[in-house]
Design a protein around this ligand. Structure first.
Ligand SMILES: CC(C)(COP(=O)(O)OP(=O)(O)OC[C@H]1O[C@@H](n2cnc3c(N)ncnc32)[C@H](O)[C@@H]1OP(=O)(O)O)[C@@H](O)C(=O)NCCC(=O)NCCS
Length: 287
């Protein structure tokens, strides 16, 4: 078994491993009220590949694969953004899990974060993942998820927001530095490619969102965060999901419940050297 740096050529294989591993996990941990888990759709696979190719370009020291004579069996991608190291994705091919491959990959990825005071990751409920992260020194903060169809009669009139433009990225990065210790920097470009960027006109916060719900919300104050979340919910079509809400962000629970979404727990925000950011709803990969 060889642990070696990931190359651009590995990315489609890594995508397939990730889609299979998370689909298998979703099937195994499905709760009775959950919809039937679906393997990642081809349109989303293209976005995953584009984003991961960028990680390989910006953070070659943080992206690793495990390979044997049968080919690539697992991978871990991670990034450093000033004081914060983030684990973007981590998966081992189903059928090869539980044999120590993941531990070796995570060791390579976390070594890239040495020197960063802070660390962040969005953990699945897989006990192999939570055990690995705890061992690596991460505190695991339960995540809440709100799902359902937004009650449109509950939507308030929202003011003070506008669509974001590239000129906004500077103050957005400063806001991220204050909230989590590092900017999103090069991670904005892929987010802007697949999501709508909405910002507070007074520069007090921003959100990336699409028709399924918000991907990331960062704000200086709770009032702005609530306004941004309502705007995200107004743009949803069909089933909406507000994922990655920590208990430090119960403003998001207030809004989700008021929109008649259902509350459940799913996964953990793993943190090292920092408390859960707020008002903040992290992104699953770029945190
Ligand atoms: C999470 C994952 C990447 C870990 O890789 P892996 O090769 O399966 O993990 P390892 O074999 O190195 O085991 C990791 C830890 O889990 C333990 N473990 C192994 N099998 C286990 C099982 N069935 N139940 C509980 N713990 C188990 C190992 O002993 C090890 O813990 P230790 O270091 O304290 O001894 C892999 O299981 C996976 O792809 N899961 C699905 C996708 C996922 O959840 N990814 C993480 C996203 S946050």
């Amino acid at each position: 078994m060889l642990i070696r740096p990931m190359t651009t050529e590995d990315v489609p294989t890594a995508e397939a491993i990730s889609a299979d591993a998370f689909h298998a996990l979703d099937l195994s941990r499905r709760r009775p009220a959950d919809p039937e888990p679906q393997r990642r759709a081809p349109a989303n696979a293209a976005g995953w590949i584009a984003r991961t190719e960028k990680f390989v370009a910006t953070d070659p020291g943080g992206c690793w694969v495990a390979e044997d004579d049968d080919g690539v069996l697992g991978f871990a991608t991670s990034l450093r953004r000033e004081d914060v190291w983030c684990l973007a994705t981590f998966a081992v091919r189903p059928g090869h899990q539980g044999g120590g491959i993941g531990s070796r990959l995570l060791a390579a990825a976390t070594a890239y974060g040495v020197g960063c005071e802070r660390g962040m990751l969005a953990a699945s409920d897989d006990p192999r993942a939570t055990r690995s992260y705890h061992r690596a020194g991460f505190r695991l903060h339960p995540q809440l998820t709100l799902t359902g169809t937004v009650d449109r009669s509950a939507l308030p009139a929202v003011t003070g927001l506008r669509d974001g433009v590239p000129d906004d990225l500077g103050w957005m990065d400063d806001l991220d530095r204050s909230l989590r210790g590092g900017p999103h920097g090069p991670d904005h470009e892929p987010l802007m490619g697949i999501s709508r960027l909405v910002v507070a006109a007074d520069r007090s916060g921003y959100a990336y969102t699409n028709t399924g719900g918000p991907g990331l919300i960062a704000a200086r104050d709770e009032a702005t965060a609530r306004t941004l979340l309502w705007e995200c919910l107004a743009g949803t079509e069909g089933r909406a999901e507000v994922a990655h809400v920590t208990v430090a962000n119960d403003w998001a629970v207030d809004v989700g419940i008021a929109a008649r979404l259902d509350l459940a727990t799913r996964g953990y925000l793993g943190l090292r050297g920092m408390a859960p950011p707020a008002p903040y709803v992290h992104h699953g990969a770029v945190l």
